[in-house]
Structures are given as structure tokens and as C-alpha cells.
Design a protein around this ligand. Sequence first.
Ligand code: NDP
Ligand code: MG
Length: 387
Amino acid sequence: MANGVINVAVLGSTGSIGRSTLDVIAASRGRLRPFGLTANSRLEEALRQAWHVRPRWLVATDPHLARQFAWGDLPPETELLVGDEGVERLVADPEVDIVVAAMVGMAGLRGTWAAVRASKRVALANKEALVAAGPLMMDLARQNGATILPVDSEHSAIFQALQAGNRQQVRRLVLTASGGPFRRHSAEQMAAVTVEQALAHPTWAMGKKITIDSATMMNKALEIIEARWLFDVPADQIAVVVHPQSIVHSMVEFCDGCVMAQLSPPDMKLPIQYALSFPERWTGPALQFDWSHMMELDFYPPDPQRFPALSLGHEAARLGGTAGAVLSAANEAAVALFLEGDLRFTEIVPACRSVLQQHTFEVHPSLEQLLRLDAWARQEVSKWICA
Ligand code: NDP
Ligand code: MG
């Protein structure tokens, strides 16, 4: 850290979390500096961002798209890098203090992995990387003295609530879920859901993949697995409760019955900023409560029949090994098919279950094995394409 300024690399700066991260950096009054950005397909937006924040590095992750794009002028202080090698070079730059891992899906694994290996503080939004390779990633962090701090709002809430006691005193973690747009839908209504309906989330504005994951509640399944590795808590000590207002972001229940919750309006800028400012708290751009208005907080148990993804999440968290990688890859492929109109909404979870059950389970896989299974799971899901 030079002159007290924290250099931040934002992997996935053109996405929903990436853009919010740039807002947090802009509001930090010079404490944070946008040192590197990465973009995949939205290169025009990336170029605009580069002129706006003038980073040291700009990485275009897709070499083919990067070659086709008419770059014109870059800001004089910015150098262009391309592909996975570019991402690895950015995160390993000794001048980078914090890497915000905000690419979506398994594509984010390589950059997150390289950042952990380079002993950086990683502000982790890219939950799929941890779901797929949790034990390996946490081991790598221990070996290299890297810190992984959660950006996911539920895990940020738990991280904050855990500070009220010690790990031996934790009875369970309670993840809250908004329930998504279909929390009141019957099974019949769910069968007829369109892409447009599934993309209309009631409380959060996010990228497409996580929005569909919220509608199936696969997002919560992935978050169970994420919590299992991030906090080293067994799967049966991780509960889920539906809380439609998205005000309580999650809770920790201690052995004496005390429950610590973290509350704030639904705005990702708060957990992003906390992962960057920790252990300090800063005034920032996140929304604040207006206490002059009435506020209701509802909690109820999820319905495992209508949201079968949840039991898959618990199962994969219990199994560990290759289960997270297969579930996450199958889901990513199934969501892509649904968005293209090639798979029904209610087939997403059955496709994932089928692929999870078929795979050859391995308790202590290598990274290479996980990558092979990732490709295999996607292939298997493609067999579900609607006739
Ligand atoms: P978006 O779809 O909005 O953004 C994804 C980012 O990843 C974009 O910058 C995109 O680049 C980049 N990207 C996409 N594909 C690739 C690829 N193949 N290689 C490299 N980069 C790629 O997603 P979100 O911001 O919503 O989500 C990002 C991550 O954060 C996900 O893992 C999600 O689960 C997690 N998260 C998101 C939350 C939210 O509120 N949005 C909340 C909690 C977690 P480009 O746009 O240029 O193509
Ligand atoms: Mg979340």
C-alpha cells in the first residue's frame, strides 16, 4: 500500500458487482484506487470505464472479442492486457492490494485462484469459484497467507455477526433468502414461468445468472456450500429462512440462544465496501434506513417441495469433494439453456440433480479433476435441451 492508498483490481468491472465496486471506490475519497479492470464482452463499457477511472491495467478476457474490437485511444496511463494470462498478470502485480473477484460463474475461478496464490486480500463475490473448489481454495489461502473476505451479502452479514462470539460458541448460521419472484407460486404456475418473469427480481438488481439462481433458489443452495467452506461450518449447522424484505442479510445463532443479525437496506455497496475497508468502517454510498417509516420484517421456512434446489445445496455441502463443482457447473449450463429458451424453468433443478447423481464422486479431487468434471457436467446438461 503506497501512501495509504489501497490499490484495487476489479475482476468483472462491467458487471453489476463490478460497477457497484467502482461507485464504492469513487466515494472513498482517495482511500481506494482502481488499479485494474477486466471485461469480457462489454468492451465499449470497459473503455468508457478506463477513461473515467484511468487504471494502470485494462484486461479484455476474451482474446477473440479483444482482437475484433476497435480500441482507438486508451488513456495514456493504461495498458491493455488480453486473456487469462492478462488476468493473472494483473492480480499478481505487487502493487495490487485487494482483488475484487466479481466475474460470474466458473470463468472466475482462474483469476480468484491466482489472486489467492499471490497472497492478496480477495473480496469474493464470485461464489461459484468457492462452491466448486472450496477446500482447495481455503487451503491455498492458508498456505499463502491470503485473506478471503465475503462480498455476498449473506456471508458478509455472517462474517460481521461472528465477531460477537467465538467459533466454538456457534450453534448455527441462518442464511436469509428473499424467496425470489415465485415464492408464492404454485407448482403449476412455476411450470409456465417465462424468462422475462424469472429475470424480474423483487428486491435486488443483479446480473442475469444470479437472478435466475434466485428464482430457483439455487442461489441459496450455492450459498449454503459457500458458507460451509468460508466459515468451516458443517452443512447441518447451516439453515435457510425466507425473509422477503431482504433487510436482515443473515444471522448467527450462538449456543446460549442469542441471535446476531446484520440489517441494512438491500444494496450491495455496503458488503462490497466492508470487504474493502475491513476492519474499519467508512461512511459510503450505500443506502440508509429511513426510520420515520414503518418497517415490517417477515420470516418463514422455505418450502422444500417447490424449491428442491435447497436440499441439493445441503447434500453437496455435506458431501464436499467433487459435488460442489458438478452442481455449480450443471446449474450454470442449465441456466444458460433456460435463458436461450432451450430448457423449461422447472427442469433446471432436476437436470442438476440428475448430473450430480450420475457423476463419479471423489472426496479429495485435484483442481484438474474439478475442471474435467466441470466440462463433463455441462455436456450432460446439454442432453436436456427441449425437443
Ligand atoms: P454480471 O453478469 O452483471 O457481471 C459478470 C461480470 O463477469 C462482467 O464483468 C462480465 O464481463 C464478466 N464475465 C462474464 N463472462 C466472463 C468470462 N467468460 N470470462 C471473464 N469474465 C466474464 O454478474 P454479477 O455482477 O451479478 O455477478 C458477479 C458475481 O457476483 C457472480 O458470481 C454472482 O453470483 C456474485 N454475486 C452477485 C450479486 C449481485 O448483486 N449482482 C450478489 C452476490 C453475489 P462482460 O459484462 O464484459 O461480458
Ligand atoms: Mg447472496
